[in-house]
Design a protein around this ligand. Structure first.
Ligand code: NAD
Length: 312
């Protein structure tokens, strides 16, 4: 029997891993975030498998990878040769057994739904070898809501990226049964993946940045659903005051409106539910944000990036 422990208490685990033991990485979910985490893992030298139940997601990921790599080459962050090598380290599969074969590290980025995530963790907990370290990229769920599903809660930890390339911060948030060595290793892994690791010392839905962001996004949503101002004026206000490149609705488009709806819909209060209804109307119309070419704005040239948008 495994004993649960409190934060900060010494914890021994015979099967402790080191950073150099991680060779093969598995990304569960090839959507907005999974494809980006997968690419960064490959750039950092890991053999990377990206798994999804929807094979169409792979075509999108391959296209996105080329665009991101071209941007990294242009900005002098990666040589053309290193970019090609990174691509050669990535493989895609919809076969769960193949995906889990000999894997050292998993980062899960399937849709933000507790039931689906628990099913996926039960499936991969059974398929992955004993040595595997399990992490989730969930935006708002807690490790303690998911960890038992994988069957090895002490090897399970939240490891939450933001955008990976534009915002390179990763949250490391253990749940009370995570082994100490696991989150210590993840702090080092975060640095190896070109991220600034933030240690979240107590389980908190939304970690650190998303907790703050949610307050902003929720307020922006209410300003719109209460008809106080237009989407453009709400973004213009934020951008003009803080000299930011985008406002809350531009941020929502880049996050993806389906993910935003899943999160907002979990909040029972009236204001969140009114905003969830607005988000759902966009989702139902197929307007999911940047990835479908339209959300609150139209892409690739959204109105808020045009000269004179902020000055009005
Ligand atoms: N989008 C962001 O900016 C962002 C940032 C940080 C964290 N996250 C988190 O990452 C996760 C994924 O979000 P996203 O925006 O990439 O979503 P997304 O909708 O773009 O992608 C989700 C992917 O999961 C796949 N999927 C669904 N069920 C599956 C299953 N049973 N097995 C395998 N794959 C399955 C879908 O086919 C899809 O390709 C969520 O938990 C979200 O909260 C998202």
């Amino acid at each position: 029997m495994r004993l649960f422990r409190s934060y900060g208490l010494p914890h021994n685990d015979k099967e402790e891993m080191k950073l150099e033991d991680i060779n093969k990485v598995l990304i569960l979910g090839s959507g907005t975030l999974g494809l980006r985490v997968g690419l960064q893992c490959a750039i950092s030298g890991f053999d990377t498998v990206i798994y999804d139940i929807n094979e169409k997601a792979f075509d999108h990921a391959i296209k996105e990878h080329s665009g991101i790599l071209a941007m990294l080459i242009k900005n002098g962050k990666l040589s053309a040769e290193a970019a090609e090598e990174s691509k050669s380290r990535i493989s895609f599969t919809s076969d769960p057994e193949l995906a889990a074969d000999d894997v050292d590290f998993v980062n899960e980025s399937v849709i933000e739904n507790l039931e689906i995530k628990r099913k996926v963790w039960t499936q991969f907990g059974l398929l992955c070898p004993e040595k595997t370290l399990f992490t989730t990229n969930t935006s708002y769920l807690l490790g303690s809501q998911l960890a038992d599903a994988c069957g090895r809660p002490e090897r399970f930890c939240n490891f939450h990226f933001h955008d990976v390339f534009y915002s390179n911060v990763v949250d490391v948030m253990p749940h009370p049964a995570t082994a100490t060595w696991v989150y210590q290793l993840l702090m080092d892994l975060g640095r190896k993946l070109w991220q600034t690791p933030i240690f979240v010392q107590k389980e908190n839905s939304g970690y650190v940045f998303n907790y703050m962001l949610l307050a902003l996004i929720g307020a922006a949503g209410s300003l719109r659903t209460m008809d106080v101002a237009t989407i453009q004026d709400i973004d213009r206000s934020w951008m003009g005051n803080f000299k930011m490149d985008m406002g809350p609705f531009g941020i929502l488009d880049s996050v993806g409106l389906e993910t935003a709806w899943h999160i907002t819909n979990l909040m029972p209060d009236k204001k969140s539910q009114a905003f969830a209804k607005l988000l759902k109307s966009y989702v139902d119309a197929g307007k999911l944000g940047v990835k479908t070419g339209e959300g609150f704005y139209k892409y690739p040239d959204p109105e808020y990036k045009k000269e004179g948008f902020v000055s009005g």
